[in-house]
Design a protein around this ligand. Structure first.
Ligand code: UT7
Length: 336
């Protein structure tokens, strides 16, 4: 048995900054409401008709991570791509990354676990490396939300939250099993699948032909729906549970945490968890203020920034935690 460790991190966000005041030009909202409820000040939204897509942003983040890992793209044994906003209905963007990076015929797996997608991806990569099956695995989380949001007042409860961007990590074999990823913890609760969802197009309820046939401007089924307060209440409970689960599994306590990088769902959620675990501001990394909620990309973007700022040092205990649509949630306990 081996451990896996993160040897390279990278991120990419579109240049186009959209402030809260910009949003007031096309929906009834305010900078005050958004900041008070979410902490978000601005987000990046790809320019309409521009080059940024979920796959191309993922590729840019991956290139940085691979370069920093100090390996060649041909050393990558497997690709894992997490997103809820793929370029195509199928195939998933994992193979697009493979093509763009000109990586031979290694496997490419697409993960559909929304805000928990990167944590699920890390867990998958970790198991492959632990078992000895692969040595280097590329894990990407990328989202292009902006094209799929309801940009009218009707959609404001969801639209103001989400931003575009991508993050990537290269995981590699670590022979010392006291270092690297110590454990991962995954959960889901399908009974709440519809509480944060996008129903169409989907074979179950409304396929493209149904939407075109109805041609109904009131149809909201192809915009994301979120029961915000219900999601919020579940998030604070599950985040706390799954961080605790990870600590207990490794005989650690909250005092051992050097850095918590939570999925950037809402600054109020991060602050609640910070208070619950009695962590100081330096022990929790948040960037939702500048990027909004980038779903599967939020943890790798935040982790990369934290690493770039020297907040992640050798020997540190780093905890990643996520909660989101599914519901799905999970944590990763890392000895850096
Ligand atoms: O990343 C995946 C996981 N996601 C989450 O964890 C998100 C969890 N939920 C949340 O973060 C919060 O529920 C939201 C930020 C989404 C919403 O905040 P809230 O405090 O739960 O607001 P609400 O949905 O209960 O809406 C309160 C009021 C409503 O007006 P009335 O009915 O009280 O008159 C909304 O219509 O705020 C109104 N509202 C807005 N007003 C201005 C909703 N969105 C907006 C907006 N601007 N953007």
């Amino acid at each position: 048995m081996y451990n896996s460790k993160i040897i390279g991190l990278g991120y990419y966000v579109p240049d186009n900054v959209v402030t809260n005041d910009d949003l007031t030009k096309f929906m009834e909202t305010s900078d005050e409401w958004i900041q008070e409820r979410t902490g978000i000040q601005q987000r990046r939204w790809a320019v309409e008709g521009g080059e940024d897509t979920t796959a191309t942003m993922g590729v840019k983040a991956a290139k940085v991570a691979i370069e920093r890992a100090g390996i060649d793209k041909d050393d990558i044994d497997f690709i894992v791509f997490a997103t809820l906003s793929p370029d195509y209905y199928f195939p998933g963007p994992g193979v697009q990354v493979q093509k763009a990076l000109d990586i031979k015929t290694v496997g490419a797996l697409d993960i559909r676990n929304q805000c928990s997608g990167f944590v699920y991806g890390i867990s998958v990569a970790d198991q492959y490396i632990k078992s000895g099956m692969y040595k280097n695995v590329l894990v990407i989380g990328s989202e292009l939300h902006s094209k799929g949001l309801d940009k009218t007042t009707r959609g404001r409860g969801v639209t103001v939250i989400f931003g575009d961007g991508a993050g990537a990590a290269v995981l590699s074999r670590e022979e010392d099993t006291t270092k690297g990823i110590l454990s991962t913890h995954l959960h889901s609760q399908g009974e709440h699948a519809e509480e944060l969802s996008l129903m169409a197009p989907g074979m179950g309820k409304r396929w493209v032909s149904d939407i075109l046939a109805d041609n109904n401007p009131e149809d909201e089924s192809y915009f994301p729906y979120m029961n915000g307060q219900f999601v919020f209440k579940n998030a604070v409970v599950r985040f706390s549970e799954v961080i605790m689960e990870g600590l207990m599994k490794n005989n650690l306590t909250k005092e051992d945490i050097d850095l918590l990088v939570p999925h950037q769902a809402n600054l109020r959620i991060s602050q609640f968890i910070q208070g619950k675990f009695r962590l100081n501001d330096d022990q929790v990394y948040n960037n939702i203020m500048t990027y909004g909620n980038t779903t599967a990309a939020s943890i790798p973007i935040a982790l990369t920034e934290a690493w770039e700022q020297g907040k992640v040092k050798a020997g540190d205990l780093v905890v990643l935690a996520a909660f989101g649509s599914g519901f799905t949630w999970g944590s990763v306990i890392i000895r850096w």
